[in-house]
Design a protein around this ligand. Structure first.
Ligand code: FMN
Length: 329
């Protein structure tokens, strides 16, 4: 498939995840062979005001292309302005969030609220397409709830205004993350539009990625929760999809090294205080499957100094047991 000048063979994307897919995590995934990553969602307004924290979220310095930046907002004008800023800072692709279900977001008309106002959704996409010389993509859900499924209609409207690719998380807003994603809709969207469609929802193993491609005919897939504490998964899924061969699970030694390197990146980009605070949740994910995970998590939550955290992460390397922590959808 093609996205602007980027040619990709059944790409496996790391999903945008607020509070997770920052520069440190994206680099960690890339260091393990993951090719395609996405920023966290970034507020159009905060970016327009050049809020320093928000501008840092965007910083693509040193990152390989394609650099895909996700924006959220409710107004065409400010989304277009934010997209221009992203282009200025070196983004290669602008993605628009039409799926975030959180109340804080939808009450402002942003994220999945746009699924209830597809005129506005189309206007936003059109304004962003006109504002930049980059491919513009949209990530969305099926609709607000099961009585308001808009995916095909919205997909066609977005294609008509020049959107280059659609990613579908195959749940409604009301479902949040519950139940199972309904992959049938990915197939239906793919059959309704001529642009590439990326399928998303409940890929927790490399085999799921291949199954989604086969069952839905989508052009690529995206992995979210499956990559939490498991930054190997995007590469492993990509490799399996392309070659049919499964690479082994990383050893505990490997887990320990990767988690430590991830933490070092966080300290470098965010400083000791925020880096340590943010590593707590990642570390709790990394120890999933560890026999004494509960005790370790307690230690992780209490640790007060970066050295203490590093010691815990290095200690993972001495563990001999099997890994049993695969995320289950
Ligand atoms: C912690 C977390 C943060 C997320 N943040 C975003 C976001 O910023 N933008 C977005 O489009 N989706 C976001 N999502 C949704 C994911 O991108 C993805 O669509 C969803 O998790 C379903 O995929 P999965 O079953 O592979 O997890 C988030 C999900 C999680 C778990």
């Amino acid at each position: 498939m093609k996205l602007g000048s980027f040619v990709m063979d059944r790409p496996v994307f790391l999903a945008p995840m607020a509070g997770v897919t920052d520069k440190a995590f994206r680099e960690t995934v890339r260091s393990l062979g993951g090719e395609y990553v996405w920023t966290e969602m970034i507020s159009d307004k905060a970016l327009s005001f050049r809020n320093p924290r928000t501008v840092r979220m965007l910083d693509p310095e040193g990152e390989a292309s394609p650099r895909i930046v996700q924006l959220f907002g409710a107004e065409a004008h400010s989304m277009a302005k934010a997209a221009e800023i992203c282009q200025h800072y070196g983004a290669d692709v602008i993605d628009i969030n039409m799926g975030c279900p959180t109340l804080k977001i939808v009450k402002n008309g942003e994220g999945s609220a746009l699924l209830r106002d597809i005129e506005r959704a189309q206007k936003i996409a059109s304004a962003v397409v006109r504002a930049v010389d980059l491919p513009v993509t949209v990530k969305m859900r099926l609709g607000w709830d099961e009585t308001e499924i808009v995916v095909k209609e919205l997909g066609r409207r977005l294609e008509a205004v020049g959107v280059s690719m659609l990613t579908l998380h195959a749940r409604t807003r009301e479902e949040f993350y519950s139940g199972r994603a309904n992959w049938q809709w990915i197939k239906e969207l793919k059959e309704s539009v001529g642009i590439p469609v990326i399928g998303n929802g409940d890929i927790s193993r490399p085999e799921d990625a291949r199954r989604m491609l086969e069952e839905t005919g989508c052009d690529g897939v995206m992995i979210g929760r499956g990559a939490l504490g498991n930054p190997w998964l995007p590469f492993r899924a990509q490799h399996f999809v392309r070659t049919g061969r499964l690479t082994g699970e990383p050893s505990w030694h490997n887990r320990s090294e990767v988690a430590s390197a991830h933490f070092e990146r966080l300290l470098r980009y965010k400083g000791e205080k925020i880096g340590l605070k943010e590593m707590r949740k990642h570390a709790a994910w990394y120890v999933k499957g560890f026999r004494q995970a509960a005790q370790l998590r307690e230690k992780i939550m209490q640790v007060k100094e970066p050295d203490g955290m590093l010691e815990i992460l290095k200690g993972l390397g001495n563990y001999q047991g099997d890994y049993q922590g695969d995320y289950q959808a």
